[in-house]
Design a protein around this ligand. Structure first.
Ligand SMILES: [Zn+2]
Length: 68
């Protein structure tokens, strides 16, 4: 068993009214935002994150420790 740090972000962290329970974890911020962008495109029809939403998302990123 070991502890691993992940960055975590959920739709509800960015937009509480989104009504979307999507949550993503990744080891790096770059990977995290790649996954978020993919989800935003598929589920929210956003081809790219608007700058104010991207800023909000960045601020909402949490670091979590997971035991693996
Ligand atoms: Zn979503």
């Amino acid at each position: 068993m070991a502890n691993k740090q992940y960055m975590q972000l959920g739709c509800l962290d960015v937009d509480a009214t989104a009504g979307c329970g999507f949550q993503v974890r990744a080891e790096t911020e770059a990977e995290l935002f790649q996954l978020v962008a993919m989800h935003a495109k598929q589920c929210h029809k956003l081809d790219s994150l608007p700058p104010e939403m991207a800023a909000k998302a960045k601020a909402a990123v949490k670091t979590v420790t997971v035991t693996v």
